[in-house]
Design a protein around this ligand. Structure first.
Ligand SMILES: [Zn+2]
Length: 292
């Protein structure tokens, strides 16, 4: 439930003597090189020098996966603040700020479209919205997306980017773990594929529910994936954790994930996997240009 992990800022604070216009370049946290923003965008936000994967927004994620335009669902669902929760500030205010900043009503976008010519449902989580945390709305939208996949006999892909369950909705957030997992069981009984894509970070109740339940669990390179954070584990077991613990590559080595895939190879890998799982490309898949 550590949704409040610090967001990695895409923009390093400008050096005192820097005359580089702000917003034109990004400093890569992987190799410290300055990268031209347009080059980065053209490369799916992967550093051209060191392949560091910058975080994508939900919209960028959909654009990187769908062949063309997509149809979004349930975009008006909004949390009712069922517990009237207040921590350092009222949850209502937090929601209002996030909605104004992101233009989204909650931390996931669910949509249907075509991926590699196959009609596919995709749910992409938005980390900038309260740490991509899963409350009632996220759980409901993901459940509906899975049910839509069952209705349409389509595969579903869920791209996780989340700190876990949303503590401001307490036990109601935790119930979403069971709800989404039960919906995935129905998808499984219908014989339809679920590909889970785990990106940096995927932790807490999201890892403990749908994110690890894919027929194929794919992670982006060096993503932090785990349940509790490393510090909490170290304090509990009083042992030092091994190097690279809870990162994608370590988890593949230890059998927790199926593969680590570079974002630039992700769409082709998913397309191949869907074909392998028996999904057929629609006869008349639209070849419209990507949605902007
Ligand atoms: Zn780099």
């Amino acid at each position: 439930m550590a949704w409040f992990k610090k967001t990695r800022k895409p923009m390093a604070p400008p050096d005192k003597a820097s005359r580089v216009p702000e917003g034109l370049y990004v400093k890569c946290p992987g190799c410290s090189e300055l990268i031209y923003n347009k080059d980065l965008a053209a490369n799916l936000s992967v550093c051209v020098k060191c392949a560091h994967h910058f975080r994508l927004s939900a919209a960028e994620r959909l654009r990187s996966l769908f062949d063309g335009p997509w149809e979004e669902y349930d975009s008006s669902l909004v949390s009712t603040d069922p517990l009237s929760f207040t921590d350092t500030k009222p949850y209502k205010d937090r929601l209002r700020t996030s909605i104004a900043a992101s233009g989204m009503k909650d931390a996931v976008v669910t949509a249907t479209g075509y991926l590699g010519g196959v009609e596919t449902v995709i749910a992409a989580m938005e980390y900038s919205f309260i740490g991509g945390s899963m409350g009632v709305v996220v759980g409901e939208k993901i459940t509906r997306a899975i049910e839509r996949a069952v209705d349409r006999r389509a595969p579903i892909i869920i791209v996780s980017c989340s700190g876990g369950a949303r503590m401001m909705e307490g036990a109601l957030s935790l119930m979403q773990m069971a709800k989404t997992a039960a919906a995935l069981a129905r998808l499984d009984r219908a014989g339809l594929p679920f590909i889970s894509v785990l990106t940096d970070p995927t932790t807490g109740g999201v890892t403990a529910s749908f994110a690890m339940l894919g027929d194929l669990n794919i992670a982006e390179p060096k993503a932090l994936i785990g349940f509790a954070g490393p510090r909490v584990i170290e304090q509990t077991i009083r042992q030092k954790l091994p190097e690279g613990f809870q990162r994608s590559e370590f988890l593949v080595e230890h059998g927790m994930l199926d593969m680590v895939v570079d974002r630039r190879e992700l769409k082709s890998t998913i397309t191949r996997a869907l074909q392998f799982m028996g999904c057929r490309a629609a006869a008349a898949a639209p070849a419209a240009p990507a949605q902007g």
